[in-house]
Design a protein around this ligand. Structure first.
Ligand SMILES: [Zn+2]
Ligand SMILES: [Zn+2]
Ligand SMILES: [Zn+2]
Ligand SMILES: [Zn+2]
Ligand SMILES: [Zn+2]
Length: 243
C-alpha cells in the first residue's frame, strides 16, 4: 500500500514517528485512533475493510473516535522535499505542501508534445526546441486569418503581406481608372470646344450672308425661305445664301 509520501522524496530522512506502519511512508492526512496510534487516513480506511483491530496494538477500532491531525499534517507539509524529477536533472527542493506549484513549472517535467499525431515525450525545458523540429507542428495563423499553418507552408504564409499587396494593387487599379476617366473627360471637353468654335463660325457666316442679302448683292444659288432670320427677329421674308 502506498498511501503516504515516499520517504526518499524528503531531503532529510523523516522521523520514525512520521512513518505510517501500514504503508511504510510518511503520513498523508494523519488520523489518530482511540489507542493513540496514528496512520494515513486512506491506509486505515482500507485496513478497516478487512480488519477492525488496530494494526499496532490490536485494540478494536472505533470509527467514531478517529481524529484527523491537522497540525501534524501542516508540520509534515513544511518538510523540505526533492523534486520528483531529480532523475531527469532537477535539483530543486521546496516544502512538501508547495510541490504542485513547482511541478507545474518544473523545467524537468515530462510533457507530451501537444501537436496532434506526435505523442513524443519532451522535458518542459526542451518543448520549444522540439516545437522547432516537430513534423506534426500546426498552428492557426497568429494574424487571425484562420489559416492552419504547417511546418512546410509556414515560411511562405504571410497573409498580412498578401493583404497589403492586394490593397496596393487595388489602389493602383483605381488610380488607373480615374486617370482614364480624366483623359476621356478632357477629350470630350476639347471636342465640345471644337464644336462650339465650328458653330460660332457657322453663325458668323450666316450673318455675313444675311448682310449680303440686305445689301441686295450676290448672284449665285438664291433660295426662297419664309423663316425669320435666326439672329435678327425681323418680320419679313428674306433670302438666305447657303454656304
Ligand atoms: Zn499510510
Ligand atoms: Zn493501537
Ligand atoms: Zn523540478
Ligand atoms: Zn512533436
Ligand atoms: Zn494568416
Amino acid at each position: 500500500m502506498t498511501g503516504g509520501y515516499e520517504v526518499d522524496q524528503f531531503v532529510d530522512a523523516p522521523d520514525e514517528d512520521l512513518i505510517c506502519v501500514i504503508c511504510r511512508a510518511v503520513l498523508r492526512c494523519p488520523v489518530r485512533l482511540k489507542c493513540n496510534h496514528v496512520f494515513c487516513k486512506e491506509c486505515i480506511l482500507q485496513w478497516m475493510k478487512r480488519q477492525v483491530k488496530c494494526p499496532c496494538c490490536r485494540q478494536p477500532i472505533d470509527q467514531n473516535q478517529m481524529l484527523v491531525l491537522f497540525k501534524l499534517s501542516k508540520s509534515i507539509g513544511r518538510l523540505p522535499v526533492k523534486c520528483r524529477n531529480a532523475q531527469q536533472g532537477c535539483r530543486a527542493t521546496f516544502p512538501l505542501s508547495t510541490e504542485y506549484l513547482h511541478s507545474s513549472s518544473c523545467p524537468f517535467e515530462w510533457q507530451i508534445c501537444p501537436h496532434e499525431g506526435c505523442g513524443q515525450q519532451v522535458l518542459r525545458k526542451d518543448a520549444q526546441s522540439h516545437d522547432q523540429i516537430c513534423s506534426h507542428w500546426r498552428q492557426l495563423c497568429p494574424m487571425g486569418c484562420g489559416a492552419l499553418l504547417m511546418r512546410d507552408n509556414q515560411a511562405l504564409h504571410n497573409c498580412y503581406r498578401d493583404l497589403q499587396r492586394r490593397y496596393l494593387a487595388d489602389r493602383r487599379r483605381q488610380r488607373a481608372i480615374a486617370a482614364n476617366l480624366r483623359r476621356k473627360m478632357q477629350r470630350m471637353q476639347s471636342r465640345m470646344a471644337q464644336i462650339k468654335r465650328q458653330v460660332n463660325l457657322m453663325c458668323e457666316s450666316l450673318e455675313v450672308g444675311e448682310l449680303e442679302v440686305d445689301a441686295g448683292e450676290g448672284t449665285s444659288a438664291w433660295t426662297e425661305t419664309t423663316a425669320p432670320s435666326s439672329s435678327h427677329s425681323r418680320q419679313r421674308n428674306t433670302r438666305v445664301r447657303f454656304i
